[in-house]
Design a protein around this ligand. Structure first.
Ligand SMILES: Nc1ccn([C@@H]2O[C@H](COP(=O)(O)OP(=O)(O)OP(=O)(O)O)[C@@H](O)[C@H]2O)c(=O)n1
Ligand SMILES: [Ca+2]
Length: 500
């Protein structure tokens, strides 16, 4: 063996089959790395944004949502990035000065411009949905409501976003999109856990929405959805005038009515307000709403003394009177001749349900009876004691929690016929996974087609499956190469001889 031949034997790279082994392994590794990179997606994802303005009766909120662009149809991917509370009252309060309605949005919309990356501004849709405050204004003064909407429209069009319209949404939409939001965020559409019902309480209206499984006897209360491959038949109803601010007016009207013709100096002893609470209020503040039917021009400009006596039982009796249960044209009703099947399953109760119950520290960990006891003792607390205990809370809010808490329990129990068991199945929530519960997210998901009717295609194999498959394939390639080498190599001996 000469020196050159000896080197050939010692250096393995000079043996072709070893080279093929290395080649096979490299091919396998390259394929696996490529698959892993594709599966994990790049770290820097492109995000998309959407803006929804919730123009409620008591206030307007601007919500900014964010989601990874390539996961548009996967449930649970859209999250709330930012929320801004517009200063002042709701847009319907600008009926006398409509141009101010648009101006009021400026601060929050400027904030939106800063929150969303500039290169995404143009493609970001903006929607404004107005609820019960504007529904009432439309009933009262159609022209004024049009002017207010035109004013917010002009204002929103000055921003670099993609303006998609400002409109009054219907009560059904408000209920149904609240239900979609809660179930989307809880990922109930893709798991077998069933859906939760949605309870929304605003200042001027309240919504109840759930899957009942029973026939919905009135068309107005029925909505069908097909989401992620499943069919849902929802029962939903929105009670205009049954938000907590309007019910307070209704309840005051009920109590004032019998006194109107008896005396000029009306002192209203209200069981829903705290002992020691005394405030002069104008009749105008009670009668200025289309929800309160009474016409009392004779009392315009006059006041009455609103005095608290703090008696929870009597408060509940007074509130019960705002529900009309004397007539029902269906097999069963909640109140005011509105069809409602028996409530079923779990419920998420948000907006004012949460504000009030959270303040009162009443959760459904308390039994319904315990909750009533807690509320009873809260209502009897002297007004001065409360003010001292909560110096940071706005007096108007503070004075109304006894009324609002009592209204909530009465609405659930007497209105919707919640049993103590249904109460236990109800959660008072503000957010789910840091996104606020409310109709806005569901509204945007619907308008941007982000909730598909059919389940999006899922990969045939999970990530681990792909890796194993690739490993087996690489081994196969490797074995083929070896076999190929063994079977098709040219016999080395004679060839060498020929050359020699
Ligand atoms: N921290 C807070 C915030 C709000 N409220 C009260 O909760 C009620 C409802 O608020 P919200 O859900 O924001 O109602 P809107 O959306 O404005 O009203 P609607 O849905 O009827 O149009 C209002 O009476 C408001 O004064 C409260 O007690 N505590
Ligand atoms: Ca609302």
């Amino acid at each position: 063996m000469d020196e050159q031949q000896e080197m050939k034997v010692k250096n393995p790279w000079h043996r072709p089959h070893i080279f093929l082994v290395a080649f096979g392994i490299s091919v396998g590794i390259i394929i696996m790395v490529a698959i892993a990179v594709v599966q994990n997606k790049p770290l820097h994802q492109k995000y998309k944004y959407g803006i929804v303005l919730d123009a409620g009766s008591s206030h307007t909120s601007v919500y900014i949502y964010e989601w990874p662009a390539e996961k548009e149809n996967n449930t649970g991917m859209v999250r709330q990035k930012h929320a801004c509370s517009v200063k002042g009252k709701g847009i319907s309060s600008y009926s006398g000065t409509p141009e101010k309605a648009g101006e009021s949005l400026k601060e929050c919309m400027d904030e939106a411009k800063k929150t969303i990356p500039k290169q995404r501004h143009q493609e970001t849709p903006v929607y404004l949905g107005a609820t019960a405050g504007m529904r009432l204004l439309k009933m009262d003064n159609d022209i004024a409501s049009e002017k207010v909407l035109a004013s917010v429209e002009t204002s929103l069009q000055t921003y670099p976003f993609s303006y998609q319209g400002a409109r009054i949404i219907t009560g059904q939409e408000e209920g149904a999109f609240g239900w979609i939001t809660v179930n989307y965020l809880s990922e109930n559409f893709i798991t077998a856990s069933g859906t939760v019902g949605a309870l929304d309480l605003g200042g001027a209206s309240t919504q109840i929405t759930f899957v009942s499984g029973q026939e919905v006897e009135s068309l107005d209360n029925s909505i069908d959805f097909r989401l992620y491959g499943n069919d849902y038949r929802l029962y939903t109803h929105s009670f205009l005038c049954y938000g907590k601010d309007q019910v307070l007016k209704l309840s005051l009207e009920q109590q004032i009515k019998p006194k109107l013709d008896v005396t000029d100096n009306i002192i209203l002893e209200d069981p829903c307000f705290h002992p020691g609470y005394e405030m002069n209020k104008s009749f105008q503040s009670v009668f200025d709403s289309p929800c309160v039917k009474m016409v009392t021009h004779s009392k315009t400009g006059q006041t009455f003394k609103h005095k608290g006596i703090g008696d929870w039982k009597k408060c509940q009796e007074a509130i019960t009177k705002v529900f009309n249960t004397s007539y029902c044209r269906y097999s069963r009703c909640s109140f005011n001749d509105v069809f409602q099947p028996p409530v079923k399953g779990r419920f998420g109760a948000f907006s004012a349900y949460y504000f009030v119950m959270n303040f009162l520290n009443v959760t459904t960990d308390n039994s319904l009876d315990d909750a009533k006891k807690k509320l009873g003792s809260y209502c009897t607390t002297h007004w001065n004691t409360l003010k001292q205990k909560h110096p940071g809370v706005k007096e108007k809010y503070l004075s109304e929690y006894c009324f609002s808490g009592t209204y909530i329990i009465t609405l659930l129990e007497d209105g919707y016929k919640f049993t103590p068991e249904d109460w236990k199945n109800t959660n008072f929530i503000r957010t789910i996974k840091d996104s606020e519960a409310g109709w806005t997210l569901g509204y945007m998901l619907n308008l941007t087609n982000m909730i598909p009717a059919e389940a999006p295609d899922t990969p045939l194999l999970p990530f681990g499956g792909y890796v194993s498959l690739m490993l087996v394939l690489s081994l196969l390639i490797f074995v083929c190469l070896i076999l190929g080498y063994i079977f098709f190599r040219r016999p080395s001996g004679p060839a060498h001889k020929e050359i020699i």
